[in-house]
Design a protein around this ligand. Structure first.
Ligand SMILES: Nc1ncnc2c1ncn2[C@@H]1O[C@H](COP(=O)(O)OP(=O)(O)O)[C@@H](O)[C@H]1O
Ligand SMILES: [Mg+2]
Length: 256
């Protein structure tokens, strides 16, 4: 369970990234966060795994405050949270297998990882993860030899090898074509359903959000302006909230 209580984030330049956000996500949910560019979607995901500190409020992960945790306690909470980024964040010159094994870092500390000393059980986990995203035969290819969609599925396998209980994905398909987008979203959905991994995905595409999520949260200017099931997330409703359709975003608006 992920619980945000009155969470605000003010950046050093005084920009308000989040303003008094309170919400709870139950284990196993598949939530899409939508909103225009600058709404606070990335800020929200980064706050949840404490890639940055929040200014006010509290965030609990499975009952433990990640806001207050330090050192070993913080690392232990983070181990349960896997991140997926728009740009895949793979080590391009390393093999697919090595990239997936990197998901084990949080379990061993960095020295062992640098030296490449992974126990056999880790390799088993990595191969199992690659099988789940149908990339077993690419295990020994260099990461940058794969297509964009395949690279994103390697990133998903890395999170699986991590044995994360929560996946946070920030615009995971924003740089992919429609067919590849479907493959990546199908993988995320299947993993969510089979392994009950709580999944929160930032998406600028409201149609995708409706096709895959079970719950949609709409942000505007750092505030939650919609939170409900897909059936209620109609175009009319979003026109009301945003004064424009969320389908008309130009790609350059996404990156911010
Ligand atoms: N590092 C930063 N420093 C200052 N302002 C930031 C920073 N990151 C994001 N912002 C601002 O915070 C707001 C929310 O940004 P962001 O979370 O990236 O939105 P989204 O992901 O929905 O496009 C925007 O006004 C953005 O300009
Ligand atoms: Mg963003």
């Amino acid at each position: 369970m992920i619980k945000l209580q009155n969470v605000s984030k003010i950046y050093p330049n005084q920009t308000k990234g989040l303003n008094q956000v309170s919400l709870t996500v139950e284990q196993g949910e598949f939530v899409a966060i939508v909103g225009l560019s600058g709404a606070g979607k990335s800020t929200l995901l980064r706050a949840i795994n404490r890639l940055h500190d929040i200014t006010e409020g509290n965030i609990e992960i499975h009952g433990a405050s990640i806001t207050k945790a330090e050192g070993k306690a913080l690392r232990s909470i983070r181990r349960d949270i896997g991140m997926i980024f728009q740009g895949f964040n793979l080590v391009k010159r390393s093999s697919v297998l090595r990239n997936v094994l990197a998901g084990r870092v949080g379990h061993h500390g960095t020295l062992r990882t640098i030296l490449g000393l992974f126990p056999k059980t880790d390799e088993d986990l990595a191969f199992e993860a690659l099988a789940r995203v149908n990339l077993l035969e690419k295990a020994y290819s260099r990461a940058d030899e794969l297509s964009g969609g395949q690279q994103q599925r390697v990133a998903i396998a890395r999170v699986l090898a991590q044995e994360a209980k929560i996946i946070l994905a920030d615009e995971p398909v924003a740089s992919l074509d429609p067919l590849t987008t479907k493959q990546v979203m199908d993988d995320l959905q299947r993993i969510n359903q089979e392994l009950k991994i709580t999944t929160i995905i930032n998406l600028h595409d409201i149609d995708l959000a409706r096709a895959y999520a079970t719950r949609i949260i709409g942000l505007r200017a750092g505030e939650v302006v919609f939170d409900g099931p897909v059936a209620e997330a109609t175009d009319e409703r979003f026109m009301e909230i945003y004064g424009r359709s969320l389908r008309e975003l130009a790609p350059q608006e996404i990156e911010a």
